[in-house]
Ligand binder design. Structure first.
Ligand SMILES: *[C@@H]1O[C@H](CO)[C@@H](O)[C@H](O)[C@H]1NC(C)=O
Ligand SMILES: *[C@@H]1O[C@H](CO)[C@@H](O)[C@H](O)[C@H]1NC(C)=O
Length: 205
């Protein structure tokens, strides 16, 4: 009995030494190429690992969009980098010919509810007001706003959508293609698409 326990301990110890203490054993045997996305998703590399993104056309509010993403085991996808913002813009422009807003996974922090740009307590405005909700996004590089966004104009703009439009469509507006705007989570007006995402998984083949 004691010997068996000792052998188990040795096995555990050798795994820890050979594969390193910081990664799960199966992660250490696979490279990023072994992580795959479901068909119709695009794979991106994030700090936390490989991630899959898809943009679907539809004029839903965030609750409907989140529920639809869940039918394919996804959630609303957040944005980790300017490259991902550009990717979501391109995927959205491809998914629908209508220009407007594409929901992404973000929520205004509860401490920042009911404040607008004039009396805003959450500073800096562009990076300290929201959190990413997909559970797989690190940092604030994906919070890309053009002034005066995020302005919380109606004091209830607690979700974020990406501008899915060309610069000519936006002419005269303070919005850039692929940048973000805050909007009421139940908005459907001008919503044309939503980004779904899920971590990539190790393919069994
Ligand atoms: C990971 O993918 C590579 C390239 O497809 C393949 O050669 C390798 O066998 C895979 N690794 C494992 C552990 O399956
Ligand atoms: C969204 O919710 C607010 C607050 O509950 C409500 O006043 C508004 O009418 C709703 N808007 C839509 C488009 O449903």
């Amino acid at each position: 009995m004691f010997i068996q326990i000792f052998v188990l301990f040795l096995e555990f110890f050798s795994f820890t030494v050979v594969f390193g203490g910081n990664c799960q054993i199966e992660d250490c045997l696979f490279s990023v190429d072994n992580y795959t996305c479901p068909e119709s998703y695009t794979k991106v590399t994030r700090t936390m690992g490989e991630y899959c993104i898809k943009v679907k056309a539809g004029s839903l509010d965030t609750f409907g969009a989140e529920a639809d993403c869940q039918t394919e085991n996804s959630v609303l996808a957040s944005i980790e980098s300017p490259d991902e913002a550009n990717l979501i813009l391109e995927l959205s422009l491809t998914a629908t010919s209508t220009e407007g807003w594409c929901w992404v996974g973000a929520q205004r922090l509860a401490a920042c509810y009911g404040e607008n740009f004039a009396d805003y307590a959450c500073q800096p405005l562009k990076t300290a007001s929201f959190r990413w909700t997909d559970g797989f996004t690190v940092g604030t590089d994906g919070f890309i706003f053009t002034d005066p966004q995020p302005n919380n104009l109606a004091y209830n703009q607690n979700c974020l959508a990406l501008v899915s439009a060309s610069s000519s469509y936006l002419s005269g507006q303070n919005l850039a293609p692929g940048s973000l705007g805050d909007a009421p989570c139940n908005m459907t007006d001008q919503v044309v698409s939503y980004a779904c995402g899920q971590p990539a998984t190790i393919s069994s083949t």
